[in-house]
Every structure is written in C-alpha cells, then in structure tokens.
Write a protein that binds this ligand. Structure first.
Ligand code: F6P
Length: 362
C-alpha cells in the first residue's frame, strides 16, 4: 500500500453545494488512515501563492451543511503557464504534499492532469452544478442546484397562474441543458430549450398558443443559458430573452423573463449532494492510499467508481464535439469504442428525457 504522509485538498472552478462535504470526507478519511491534510486556499492559485492551512478533524466540523466552499475557489489562469506550474510544484515540495485531491469540474481535472504530469499524484472528485462531465452520471452540486431552480420556478408558477402569464426562465448549466431539462419535467414546464436538442421554435410556440386556447393560464418555459442566437448585428445573444419576445408577440400571452444566474450555485447542499460528496471523497482517498492516481471519481448506474482522468476528459470532448486532432491517438480502438458508447448513452438519456418532457405537458 502506497502510504502518503501528507495530501493536499482543493476546490476549483465554479463552486457547487456539497464541495464542503467532499472536503470534510477527504480530510476525515485521510486522517483516519494516518495521513495529514493541507487545505489549499483558492484552488490552484493557493498552490502558486503558498496559501495553505493544515486541516484537522475539527477544521471541517459543521461544514457538511454549508453551501459554497470554505477553501474558496478560483479559475486560475496562471496555473496554465509553465511559471505558475513551477511555483505550484515548489509549494508541493516545500510543504511535503505527496498527492492532491481536487474537487471541481473539467477545468479542475485538466489542472490535475498537469500536476500529475509533473509528478504529483492526483485524483479528481466531481463538483459542479452543471452535471456536464460526460464520464459520470452525477456530479456533486447538481441536485441542490436543481432544487433551487425548482423552488424558484414553482414560485413563478404561482404568480403566472394568478395573472395568466408565461415566464421564460434562463438557468445555468454552461453548455449542458440538464438543469433546465430535469427541472422542466419536475415543474411541468410547457417548453424546454437546451443546447443538446434542436429547438423547434414554431412548434413550441404553437403548443403554448394551443394550451392557452384550451384554457391553460400559466406557462413556464425553461431555457438553458447555453443556447444563443445571432442578432441582426452579428452579436451572439442569449436565446431566452429573444424567445420571451417571440412568445408574447405570437401568442398574445403576457410573457416575463427571469435569469436565475448565480443564485443557483448557492445554498445548503441537499441530502443527495452530501451523500455523493462523502462517498466520492472517501473513495478518492482510498484509491490514493492504494497507490492509484490520475483518476476521476464517477457515479455509474448509482455505483461509485473511478475512471482514468485523461480518458474522462477525452470522452467529455468527444461528447461536446470538441475533439482536436491527435486527441484520440493515445487510446486503443477498444477504448475509443468505449468512449463512443458512453457518449451514446448520454445522448440517449437526454433525448429520452426531452421526449418525456414534451409528452407530459399539456
Ligand atoms: O460551471 C458552473 C457555472 O455556474 C456554469 O453553470 C456557468 O456557466 C458558470 O459556472 C459561471 O461562471 P462564473 O461563476 O465564473 O460566472
């Protein structure tokens, strides 16, 4: 068993409810195994600028229920430079950090692979509200974010019903429409617009009009922030606001617009997120102590597993159609087939839910 004396833990990228629960689990599991833990403050920038604190069991008390991340977070551009990396490595050496667990999304995992190339074993724990990491069915923060959106949308429903209005609601998720789609189903939205599925605007507006004519008073339309259109001046504009105007003009229904923005990232993590964070954090430490690294912890059909981090990042680029020349060169034909199967599974899942959302609306 590879025994580390001291590991580092950091949270990076957009914060997500449950990150604290993950840090708590990583810290307590490591301490239980006799391994010291340093908290790295502000993501990778904490490594560059030597901002670290020793964590003991008490340091992570009473954070399991807190939103945000008590280690703070950052999207650190300096870490992508060779100079930044050298400073980070020097910090690891100075503080005797033998390995790192990094909690975050795809940007965090890219940082983790850079560290491991330079000799620091790393394991990633998924923490992003977007649930946009193709390799995993679930990422910490997703459930809480969906519940926050659901709560807001239910409230909009109340007032829409009173005033016979429509409300277009734009929600976060970057290029991933899962928050909009799943909440759309749960909230009984009339229409859902996400980057993964082509939006039949004319048919959707016609459905809203028909629902109004059949007596429906309140309409909710969920639009993912990742959907854009190009305006007459060639500028990329968020589609939600454009759609609001079109619905109002073409159906005669008074239509409001709401952008929930960063409110979706806050709040106390749900039970689902606290459990996922704890299971994934513990698994990360167990694997590190077994001498394994360069992994990302994933959930696959409700089971907590791990996947090679480069494989996971490549699957992600494949699904998002962002593969660059040479990206697949390091993989066998069998591995590439496996990646394609993961992408097909995700695609089928999204389309299945999209069809379901349409089937159950009025
Ligand atoms: O990745 C999480 C996320 O909240 C996305 O949904 C959103 O597009 C982005 O981060 C916003 O980033 P920032 O907090 O840097 O504005």
């Amino acid at each position: 068993m590879a025994k580390f004396r001291r590991i580092g833990v950091l949270t990076s990228g957009g914060d997500a409810p449950g990150m604290n629960a993950a840090v708590r689990a990583i810290t307590r599991k490591a301490l239980e195994q006799g391994v010291e833990v340093m908290g790295i403050i502000g993501g990778y920038s904490g490594l560059i600028h030597e901002k670290l604190v020793p964590l003991d069991a008490g340091s992570v008390s009473n954070i399991v229920m807190q939103g945000g991340t008590f280690l703070y977070s950052d999207r650190c551009l300096e870490f992508k430079t060779e100079e930044g990396m050298q400073k980070a490595m020097a910090t690891c050496k100075k503080y005797n950090i033998d390995a790192i667990v990094a909690v975050g999304g795809d940007g965090t995992f890219r940082g983790a692979t850079d560290l491991s190339v330079h000799g620091i074993p790393t394991i990633g724990v998924t923490g992003t509200i977007d649930n946009d990491i193709t390799a995993t069915d679930y990422s910490v923060g997703f459930d809480t974010a969906m519940n926050t959106v659901l709560d807001a949308v239910d409230k909009l429903r109340d007032t829409c019903e009173s005033h016979a209005r429509c409300n277009v609601v734009e929600v976060m998720g970057r290029d991933c429409g899962q928050i909009a789609l799943l909440v759309g189903i749960a909230a009984g939205a009339m229409s859902v617009c996400i980057p993964e599925v082509e939006y039949d605007e004319a048919a959707e507006i016609a459905a809203i009009k028909a629902a109004k004519e059949s007596g429906k008073r309140s309409m909710l339309v969920l639009v993912s922030e990742g959907v854009f259109v190009t305006d007459e001046n060639g500028n990329k504009v968020p589609y939600g606001e454009v759609l609001r105007k079109k619905i109002e003009a073409e159906t005669g229904i008074e239509t409001k617009f709401a952008r929930l923005a960063h409110i979706v990232r806050g709040g106390s993590p749900s039970l689902r997120d606290r459990l996922a964070a704890t299971k994934m954090g513990v698994k990360a430490v167990e694997l590190l102590l077994e001498g394994k690294s360069d992994l990302v912890i994933i959930e696959d059909n409700s089971e907590i597993k791990s996947m090679n981090i480069r494989f996971a990042l490549t699957v992600d680029r494949m699904y998002k159609k962002k593969l660059k020349d040479g990206d697949l060169d390091a993989f066998t034909a069998e591995e590439i087939e496996e990646m394609k199967a993961i992408c097909a599974k995700r695609d089928a899942y999204i389309h299945h839910l999209y069809d379901m959302a349409k089937a159950v609306r009025r």
